[in-house]
Ligand binder design. Structure first.
Ligand code: C2O
Ligand code: CU
Ligand code: CU
Length: 502
């Protein structure tokens, strides 16, 4: 062999070894990326139900709550103490509950070693009370937002929203539910005894490294953290004994990146009764409800005496093999086992009429806008706290067209409003997407057209956010800001990074 040939052979084998190594790593990543807990969950822990937050009512009718953000330890796994964060406790937070028409005030005390904030996801309220990155609460400070609740009964939630750190703060355990009640919903014969036949079900995915959370991201996925098992209300392997024929589950996807497609292991039908923004017009029978991070769905399931059934998350079709595998689409989880007592209390039939959608039809829209979603930014721009991206006029209806431009799983959340999905890929929406939403899944290549009314109040100097609720993406810069102004008014100057509280 000539010297040249020998060099070629050596180079060739080096390349072959290299390719084999890369191929091996890829194959290992590919097979390792699929996660399933189906059939493997012991269901040995009774489901924890977050307590209802105590409140006091002042002379003028204001209902006052206190939330203290604190560090603590929790025994998720037997004998192992994990050091998470929580509100008024060591993990997650109490359920706040108030009525439409009521004035509320929340004393938010931050005893953590770093600045954070508390955002009221799904709530219609002034921008200064919203709890986004412009209302950060310094360590040791107290922030006291107040507003009047004026929206239909719904399952909302609260979580931190500090600039660039939302993912880690939510992962450490800061989240809770905020239930809004209203006279109309009180009159309905729906299961509504909290913790009895009306259960909060906040689902999060987790991984542990010994006692500690492991929040590492996979090598090939760009979705963000995807855990290898699920918890409900901070309970691993949860079961719940139920004593009523009809059980209402308030499902909240409180995960930071994972998308779930919920249903039951035996494929039974259930009734969807509410989405992000509140009650549907009438119950909708279905077998699956897909929730991306931040979304909620209230479902009512019928139980037979003595039986057991499992709330499961099924594999999903992301129409893209890569993201399907590395973005969690192939994954499945056994989430919560429901165990019916031998004798069940009778439940009244579900009402055939539930609520009235208070989201606009879209025909009255005076302005359309476009939002191109890429992980690297919305409409090609990364989040900048000092820049107002959109200025909307108080009282007006707009249509927002949102397109997934890079094929990764994304969703889209708008603060302060609920919206109606007018179209998905040019067609009228089906299932859950026909109802009031504040967060919507936008799969790769898809376009959604939304209609919403901005009811202010006008504040040209304080923005609300819109963003992808996959929190790794949000923190990466997939977020923008809008202000609500009076007709003819201009956006003011917004500044970055100021701390609220005192
Ligand atoms: Cu659930 Cu901008 O947040
Ligand atoms: Cu929000
Ligand atoms: Cu995203």
């Amino acid at each position: 062999m000539s010297r040249f040939k020998r060099v070629l052979v050596v180079l060739g084998s080096v390349a072959a070894v290299f390719l084999a190594a890369v191929g091996g790593v890829f194959a290992w990543q590919w097979t390792g990326a699929e996660v399933s807990t189906v059939g493997q969950v012991s269901f040995r822990n009774a489901l924890k139900v977050p307590p209802l937050a105590p409140s006091t009512v002042e002379k003028d009718g204001t209902r006052v709550f206190s939330l203290r953000m604190q560090a603590g330890t929790t025994e998720f796994q037997p004998g192992l103490r994990t050091p998470p964060w929580g509100f008024n406790g060591s993990y997650l937070g109490p359920t706040l509950r108030a009525r439409r028409g009521e004035k509320v005030r929340v004393q938010v005390e931050n005893t953590l070693p770093e600045a954070s904030s508390v955002h009221w996801h799904g709530m219609h309220l002034p921008a200064t009370m919203d709890g986004g990155p412009h209302q950060e609460v310094a360590p040791g400070a107290t922030w006291t937002p107040y507003w009047k609740i004026d929206q239909p009964a719904a399952t909302l939630w609260y979580h931190p929203h500090p600039h660039g750190k939302t993912e880690t703060h939510v992962q450490r355990g800061l989240a809770g539910m905020f239930l809004v009640d209203a006279a109309k919903s009180d009159a309905l014969k729906l299961p509504k005894r909290y913790g009895v036949d009306d259960l909060p079900v906040a689902v999060q995915d987790v991984s542990f490294d010994g006692a500690d959370f492991d929040h590492g991201r996979s090598l090939l996925g760009s979705t963000g953290f995807l855990g290898e098992r699920t918890m409900v209300n901070g309970t691993l392997d949860p079961y719940r004994v139920v004593g009523d024929e009809l059980v209402r589950l308030r499902l909240l996807n409180a995960s930071t990146a994972r998308i779930y497609d919920f249903g039951f292991a035996d494929d039974r039908e259930f009734a969807l009764v509410a989405t992000d923004g509140g009650l549907l017009e009438k119950p909708d029978a279905m077998r699956r409800v897909q929730l991306s991070p931040g979304e909620r769905a209230e479902v009512v399931v019928r139980m037979r005496a003595g039986e057991r059934t499992v709330l499961r998350s099924f594999p999903q079709d992301y129409k893209d093999a890569w993201h399907q595998r590395f973005g969690g689409g192939d994954d499945s989880f056994d989430v919560l086992e429901l165990r019916a007592r031998k004798v069940l209390r009778k439940s009244p039939q579900l009402p055939s009429v539930l609520g009235v959608l208070e989201v606009p039809q879209g025909a009255e829209a005076v302005q359309g806008r476009y939002f191109g979603l890429r992980m690297t930014g919305i409409n090609g721009r990364k989040m900048d706290m000092g820049r107002v991206d959109e200025t909307v006029t108080r009282g007006s209806v707009e249509t927002w067209t949102v397109r997934n431009e890079d094929g990764m799983p994304h969703n889209f959340h708008v603060h302060d409003v609920q919206f109606r999905v007018l179209e998905i890929d040019g067609r009228p929406p089906t299932g859950m997407l026909r109802d009031a939403k504040d967060t919507v899944f936008v799969p790769g290549g898809s376009t959604v057209k939304l209609a919403m009314r901005f009811e202010g109040p006008a504040d040209p100097d304080t923005p609300y956010m819109y963003h992808c609720h996959l929190l790794y993406h949000e923190d990466f810069g997939m977020m923008g800001q809008f202000v609500v102004v009076e007709k003819g008014q201009r956006a003011g100057t917004v500044t970055g990074g100021a701390h609220a509280g005192h």
